[in-house]
Ligand binder design. Structure first.
Ligand code: ATP
Ligand code: MG
Length: 202
């Protein structure tokens, strides 16, 4: 079986927290590659302005370009209407066929939301899920949530410790608005892209 990691996110902007998580899990789970999937119209993020999807796609492309095991997919941004993880996983499975197993990589916060996602029960049956530790989330709470998912749906979700980086896109956006530094929180290529396109200044 070939194993492929999928890393979904808004990536507004992508930062080292995303990249170190994907790389650590790629190595630990022997994944052939990790495909980053920038979201199209995230149904749960309509409360705030999300940057244009082409900006988010290009930033993700720039950030992942130096890693030969990383790819970026336009699947969600090219889809019309709201994008749901279940549709994405179904589409990847259909495109790659039976020889491929998919591992969906999420941070600790997403593992608390997963049961609210569209067709959660069916979704859990379609691929493996890996929850990465993320600063600000208690490991006992994470373990309790994973046990809850296992007892309710009979599905084991993997939990992995990754080198912890207390970085979030929300914080980076706020730093830019306030004129504070973002250097060393994300790749320089992305930093320059943000400056060049005047992203997040208001
Ligand atoms: P925002 O603050 O806008 O929500 P974010 O930093 O949480 O942005 P997302 O695009 O929402 O980034 O996250 C995509 C995925 O990456 C999610 O599964 C999230 O949990 C995970 N992730 C984000 N930052 C980290 C981090 N520092 N460590 C581990 N996982 C992370
Ligand atoms: Mg987030």
């Amino acid at each position: 079986m070939h194993r492929i990691g999928l890393m979904g996110g808004t990536f507004d902007p992508i930062h080292y927290g995303h990249l170190v998580t994907a790389e650590e899990i790629r190595d630990k789970f022997n994944l052939e590659k990790v495909i980053f999937v920038p979201s199209g119209h995230p149904p749960h993020k309509i409360e705030r302005h999300v940057s244009d999807q082409e900006h988010r796609y290009l930033m993700t492309f720039l950030a992942t370009a130096p890693n030969p095991f990383f790819e970026v997919s336009r699947m969600e941004i090219d889809r019309q209407g709201p994008t749901y993880t279940i549709d994405t996983i179904k589409q990847f499975k259909a495109e790659y066929g039976d020889e491929y197993e998919f591992y969906f990589i999420t941070g600790a916060d997403a593992i608390f939301e997963i049961l609210t996602w569209k067709d959660a029960e069916q979704l859990l049956g379609l691929c493996e899920f890996i929850a990465a530790t993320r600063p600000g989330f208690n490991n006992n709470d994470i373990r309790a949530q994973l046990e809850h998912i296992t007892s309710r749906y009979g599905k084991e979700v993997y939990s992995v410790e990754v080198p912890s980086l207390a970085i979030s896109s929300t914080d980076i956006r706020q730093r830019i608005r306030e004129g504070r530094p973002i250097k060393y929180l994300l790749p320089e290529s992305v930093e320059y892209y943000i400056k060049k396109c005047n992203l997040y200044i208001k």
